[in-house]
Design a protein around this ligand. Structure first.
Ligand code: APR
Length: 235
């Protein structure tokens, strides 16, 4: 790996699983308990805003009780010590990468700890519930705050930045994602077309494993720190 200088990392729910945050598609995962079309689409929000707001209020409260794990801390260390460029793109809406020390994380599916005001388009930091329709702290409008999470059918955030990072990368690493949801699931193919080396670190083969040059299977808290040490000690 000593000819690598620019790295793009994509993470998914598997990197936060050992912090106690449910993944979506594993046994007992979130989508076994809630139908996506009931809680994670704009139509669901229009149809039953209270159900959707309560769902995200629960998730927002839960993640604030969780701690980053060794994988988050290892990626924070890599960001601090890597001499080339490192872009961490996450599908996760928790803040465990940041609390693990990473500072420049692209949250392509948004985040639980900001709200989105549909009146002023502002995105204030938000840690409490939204069910009581609090006023927007930026413009004062009431009842106009929604979760700042990208729902199915909506456009992920900062795709231009992600594409630019991929276009200058030498290595693409996917960590803890099933490869089930686009556009994130397509990044590995984009990387291959660009001639970029690809590595998957996942508990088990994902839907896209066959696209990767190398796959390593196991828990993120074992695989990620070992890989980071390998990268930082490469000549
Ligand atoms: N270590 C590493 N990988 C793990 C671990 C672990 N401890 N536990 C689970 N995994 C892997 C699973 O094998 C699976 O491949 O993490 C992946 C989790 O997949 P999903 O639950 O589908 O989560 P994710 O890939 O992040 O989902 C993508 O789908 O529902 C939408 O917006 C939501 O961002 C989410 C997107």
């Amino acid at each position: 790996m000593n000819d690598v200088s620019n790295i793009v990392i994509l993470t998914g729910a598997g990197v936060s699983a050992e912090s106690g945050i449910d993944t979506f598609r594993d046994a007992g995962g979130l989508w076994e308990k809630h139908r996506i079309e009931d809680v994670a689409t704009p139509e669901a929000f229009a149809r039953d805003p209270d159900l959707v707001l309560r769902f995200y209020d629960m998730r927002r409260e839960a993640i604030q009780t969780k701690e980053p794990n060794d994988a988050h801390h290892a990626l924070g260390k890599l960001e601090r010590e890597w001499l080339g460029s490192l872009t961490i793109v996450t599908q996760n809406v928790d803040d465990l990468h940041e609390r693990g020390g990473a500072q420049n994380v692209i949250h392509m599916h948004g985040g639980h700890l900001t709200a989105w005001c549909l009146a002023c388009d502002g995105r204030p930091e938000w840690r409490g519930p939204l069910i009581d329709r609090p006023a927007c702290p930026l413009c004062g409008s009431k009842g106009t705050l929604r979760p700042d999470v990208v729902w199915f059918g909506e456009m992920p955030y900062r795709m231009d930045e992600i594409s630019a990072a991929l276009n200058r990368a030498d290595l693409f690493v996917s960590i803890g994602t099933s490869g089930a949801v686009y556009p994130a699931a397509g990044f590995v193919r984009e990387a291959r077309m660009l001639g970029i080396r690809t590595l998957e670190l996942n508990l088990e083969p994902s839907e896209g494993s066959h696209y990767f040059d190398e796959t390593r299977h196991g828990p993120a808290t074992a695989l990620v720190p070992a890989w980071v040490e390998e990268m930082l000690s490469a000549p």
